[in-house]
Design a protein around this ligand. Structure first.
Ligand code: TZD
Ligand code: CA
Length: 527
């Protein structure tokens, strides 16, 4: 007889989900029993860290990640991380153990009451199968739901007495199924898009995270060069989809309605690819678009397309559409935009390091293909100005703005990309939300470098308090934290630095080694 357990492991194996990120409980033990040798289990000590690591891993591999959580409590701890995964279109198959079927109704300890509702609305699909026989189908469906565009997290709750039951007839069809999408706009629509782009007097390109997610950065470059378009990164960028050293690159768009509109002035056509229109943040009322500007968005996400407050949208495969456009659009006679001037090297100052100085040193010393995972909120603009990022997959940031992403994601991304060095740049506030991922980095020898920007405060909130003109707000400082002690407590080597020389020396040492290192840097607040 084939058990539900055997059938599900066969599905996971054939579909390539052999790395589990989890934190187990009694409900999950029957699922994890006789763990096969061709699978690996990455233990995280708290569910925010578990999902953060899986999110980074799945984004960096471009394949569905697999998560196993403990019932309602484990799922609850993971919800903030699910908000980020939902917004970044991360394909994640999240499973949770349920009490035995016959004890859910009496609400025995660790029953997940109304399990399928719990993770909504932060999942694409959620279910607790109606019978043990339906568990393999639910898992198979979850994998394909998570992976197809727009990708996203899904959730399956499984009562723990299901695993030993006999799988239903026909279960053998599931493991090898392939589900594909084919999403090029029609030839007519492509032709009209090509014509609009060619006839525009001053077109502009805005690229978003899904360009990087499908590795189409080079196609965006080709299209920008054909039309000599200035290129902006969509606001609140969770990834870097265009080489920041390219002459067409203009930088990271601000996240206010009026500021964006001002920057788009004079452009008759704005093409947005792979981003919501737009992920605004601070409220800055104004017109969404300047007069005379037409906007067309190409997105893989029907929600993004439908909810945009302006412009037209085409729901299509980003990579295929960019390829078709970049190959078919004719070369313009307009010259390429002049490259932005690189900022002047930040001057040396007494006292704590300026963030500018930290990024200059990082940019000089890190390998050119380093991967940056940023959660140093008040220094994000400085990072974008000073770090040269040229390779696809070089930058990650929490897509919903939920803190606790970067530290574990940096561990998951490093696990996915052993050939590149991952550097987390993390604020002394942000580092606390899922710091337990340090333990995973140490135990599995995942050589992420964690740079903690220690300015003693929630810098971004101080800036925001200024924007909102609110004074005397409590709870904005975080003194008295010792990240070197925390890191060592979790088994990670740590170095404290307070000058350019000590930072450079620490980075040199960390980069030369092949193990995780945390560098705590004394920094001053920006502006
Ligand atoms: N909690 C969670 C889960 N997500 C959030 N975004 C916040 C709280 C609010 N928040 C921000 O949006 S930025 C920020 C907080 C607390 C300050 C982060 O401080 P930091 O970085 O030390 O990491 P800076 O550079 O000092 O701002
Ligand atoms: Ca801080």
């Amino acid at each position: 007889m084939t058990t539900v357990h055997q059938a599900c492991y066969e599905i996971l194996r054939e579909q390539g989900l052999t790395t589990f990120f989890g934190n187990p409980g009694s409900n999950e033990l029957p699922f994890l029993k006789d763990f096969p040798a061709d699978f690996r289990y990455i233990l995280g000590l708290q569910e925010a860290a578990v999902v953060g690591m899986a999110d980074g891993f799945a984004q960096a591999t471009g394949r569905p990640g697999f998560v196993n959580l403990h019932s309602a409590a484990g799922t609850g701890n993971a919800m903030g991380a699910l908000a980020n995964a939902w917004n970044s279109h991360t394909p994640l198959v999240v499973t949770a153990g349920q009490q035995v079927r016959s004890m859910v109704g009496v609400e025995a300890l660790l029953a997940n009451v109304d399990a399928a509702t719990l993770p909504r609305p932060l999942v694409k699909w959620s279910c607790e199968p109606a019978s043990a026989q339906e568990v393999p189908l639910a898992l198979s469906r979850a994998i394909h739901m998570a992976a197809t565009p727009a990708a996203g997290p899904v959730y399956v709750s499984v009562p723990y007495d299901d695993w030993a039951k006999e799988a239903g007839p026909g279960v053998e069809h599931l493991a090898k199924r392939r589900v594909e999408t084919a999403g090029l706009p029609s030839p007519q629509r492509l032709a009209s898009l090509k014509e609009s782009l060619e006839q525009a007097r001053n077109p502009l390109l805005i690229v978003g995270p899904d360009v990087d997610a499908c590795g189409a950065n080079g196609l965006a470059v080709a299209l920008a060069e054909k039309l000599s378009m200035p290129v902006w990164m969509a606001p609140s960028a969770p990834r870097c989809s265009f080489p920041t050293t390219h002459p067409c690159f203009r930088g990271l768009l601000p996240a206010g309605i009026a500021s964006i509109s001002r920057l788009l002035e004079g452009h008759d056509l704005v093409l947005v690819v792979g981003a919501p229109v737009f992920r605004y943040h601070q409220y800055e009322p104004g017109d969404y678009l300047p007069a005379g500007t037409h906007l067309i968005a190409i997105t893989c996400d029907v929600n993004e397309a439908a909810r945009a407050p302006m412009g037209d949208a085409i729901i299509a495969d980003i990579g295929l559409t960019l390829r078709a456009l970049s190959e078919n659009v004719s070369q313009t006679l307009r010259p390429l935009p002049a490259a932005l001037r690189r900022p002047e090297p930040a001057p040396e100052q007494p006292g704590p390091l300026t963030p500018e100085r930290v990024f200059d040193i990082l940019d000089e010393m890190a390998p050119r293909d380093a991967i940056y995972v940023n959660e140093s909120t008040s220094t994000t603009n400085i990072l974008w100005e000073r770090l040269r990022m040229t390779e696809p997959g070089s930058y990650y940031f929490a897509a919903a703005g939920g803190l606790g992403f970067a530290l574990p994601a940096a561990v998951g991304i490093q696990l996915a990309k052993p050939e590149r060095r991952v550097i987390g740049v993390i604020g002394d506030g942000s580092a606390n939300y899922s710091i337990q991922a340090l333990w995973t980095a140490a135990q599995y020898n995942i050589p992420t470098i964690f740079i903690i920007m220690k300015n003693g405060t929630y810098g971004a909130l101080r800036w925001f308090a200024g924007v909102l003109q609110v004074e005397n707000v409590p709870g904005l400082d975080v003194p008295g934290l010792d990240f070197c002690a925390l890191a060592r407590g979790y088994g990670v080597d740590a170095l404290h630095v307070d000058s350019s020389e000590t930072l450079a020396a620490a980075l040199k040492q960390a980069l030369a080694g092949n193990k995780p290192v945390l560098i705590e840097v004394e920094t001053c607040t920006t502006r």
